[in-house]
Design a binder for this molecule. Sequence first.
Ligand SMILES: [Zn+2]
Length: 265
Amino acid sequence: MIFGSFTVQEVVFGQFRLDGGCMFGSVPRNLWSKRIEPDEENCIPLVARSLWITRGDRRILVDCGMGELWAEPQRRIFGIRNVPEADWELDPGSVTDLILTHLHFDHAGGLVRRTPSGDLQPIFPNARIHLQRAQWDQARNPTLKDRASYLPETVRFLSTARDLTLHEGDVEVLPGLHLHRVDGHTRGQQWVEIRGGAEALFFPTDVVPTAHHVPLAYHLGYDLCAETLLREKAWVCFQHDVYTALARIGMSEQGQFVAEPLGAG
Ligand SMILES: [Zn+2]
């Protein structure tokens, strides 16, 4: 899609799965399982979808998937099926900017690979990395509740990374490319807004991870963001949804926010 002078594509780094109960919080299983059927271990299918934004000589990637740092038991538990690097539609060396919405493993696990000698090697060696300072602090000092969401390799690598830019709150990285800090999912998450011409694209990351999380009851702390999305009629690209990459936010007759997938009008 074209937004003014930006060209925006989706890049799917792989598929995985997470427990449906964890994905839907306080919503009972007999409600969420009508929307998306869990497998025999109560997990729902997810994808690791990134945005690939180009303008002029800037090549900007938003998040980089699960990566390959996983042992076999973890691969099975999370059902990780990554797209091999040889099949990526982008050249990792050409990425000039890597925006990390936050450092949870399904968003930043693909930052580094381990060499045969055990060293960590950047997969995007020429990229300036954009992160919120509050998320960097959180990842280095996680709580008991969220420490399993961070890979130690991610933190170790970023501790010595030369091109790490730590933002403090909302920032316009390029004219029309905005990062917005939110704290509901984790401290210092940033979602992405691309504005050009008459339309805008919002990439809400884990604030609204799938189209099923659009109704207010399906995500705590979502309401203000949804109101903004509705008012501005923006496109929303869902980062973890297997079936719906792109949708507009609408209102059902019952007064609930709903996702109207691309092609639905
Ligand atoms: Zn997350």
